[in-house]
Design a protein around this ligand. Structure first.
Ligand code: 2P0
Length: 321
């Protein structure tokens, strides 16, 4: 019996991954760039046990027998194939991310699982190998292997993985508006966007251009340009999926109110820029020195909204898995 434990943190993309070029291999239509956070870690233990007749997946103290458990088993099949064994495993995971709320719980989840499972099954993978493996579990998990700012490139199975790129220190104020499970999974929503949104080709073209510019802005430490590219790319992603049929709309009125407040903060001279993933939650990047002021402003905004129960947290750059 061999046991290994790993911890990973969620990441939020500043240039988004939205759409696959190859679903089976989890290859993205474009590259993306993200900030790994220092909040909401997932801790996962993998225990390889020859005596087991099937994998067992326990999440936050509950044994699961659902799609989540099947996804874990399918992922372990990849690891077993590489390790040349058929032994099953007991996977015990503690996830502090609000699961399924669009806060990238699958990113920290599959990054932690990739590191723990590869160690437990005796695979000797370097950082790129771990990122490639994590990618197969969930695309964005490839980035949670990496500390701080991660660039996940498009390419084939061998070349599509994330690596750290130089960047200034970025703070992120995370506003959780709805910790409930989202209506349409990212996976389904991406597929529908590709199949039905006439804006998808423009999304691919503009994201490639923005990604190149973002890598350059990060290297130059140009916070304002990083922010401008971040907010524009997030709004373009949401516009692209709103062009699908039926439309996919994750942003709520509260999300829009937060985007508006961020525009107002800029008018007050604060370098703050908003982004949002596959859910109503909003994340705002700013220089670390402004983070508490931004958080206070966003709390004021959500407190004034009727029926909205928000939590506002300040995050910084997090470690790799
Ligand atoms: C991102 N998202 O770049 C984008 C922006 C959500 C919005 O990556 O199908 O859970 O497992 O590869 O990684 C969410 O998608 O999707 C995501 P799969 P994943 O962070």
């Amino acid at each position: 019996m061999t046991t290994a434990t790993a911890q990973a943190h969620p990441n939020i993309a500043l240039i988004k991954y939205w759409g696959k070029s190859d679903e089976a291999m989890s290859l993205p239509a474009t590259g993306s760039l993200s900030l790994t956070l220092d909040i909401f870690p997932t801790t996962t233990t993998v225990e390889v046990d020859e005596a087991l007749t099937a994998d067992v997946f326990e999440l936050n103290g509950t044994v699961r027998d659902d799609d989540a458990a099947r996804r874990v088993s399918t992922f372990l099949d990849l690891v077993r194939a590489q390790a040349g064994t058929t032994a099953h495993a007991r996977v015990t995971s503690t996830n502090t991310v609000p699961t399924g709320a669009g806060l990238a719980s699958s990113a920290s989840g599959f990054a932690a699982l990739a590191v723990a499972a590869s160690a437990a099954y005796g695979l000797d993978l370097d950082e790129a190998g771990l990122s490639r493996l994590a990618r197969r579990g969930s695309g964005s998990a490839s980035r949670s292997i990496i500390p701080n700012v991660a660039l996940w490139t498009e390419g084939d199975d061998a070349t599509s993985y994330a690596r750290e790129v130089p960047a200034p220190t970025i703070a992120m104020v995370v506003v959780t508006l709805d910790a409930g499970v989202k209506h349409v999974s990212s996976r389904v929503a991406m597929r529908r966007t590709i199949e039905t949104s006439p804006f998808f080709p423009a999304w691919v073209t503009s994201t490639r251009t923005s990604l190149d510019e973002m890598v350059a802005a990060c290297a130059a430490g140009d916070f304002t340009r990083i922010g401008e590219l971040t907010e524009a790319n997030a709004l373009r992603m949401h516009a692209t999926m709103q062009g699908a049929e039926p439309a996919i709309r994750y942003l709520s009125p509260a999300s829009i109110a937060l985007f508006d407040r961020v525009v107002a903060l800029r008018a007050e001279g604060i370098d703050a820029y908003a982004t949002a993933d596959a859910g109503p939650n909003v994340a705002v990047i700013c220089p670390p020195a402004d983070a508490e002021r931004v958080a206070a402003a966003l709390r004021e905004t959500t407190d004034a909204l009727p029926g909205v129960n928000a939590s506002v947290l300040v995050a910084g750059p997090g470690p790799g898995a």
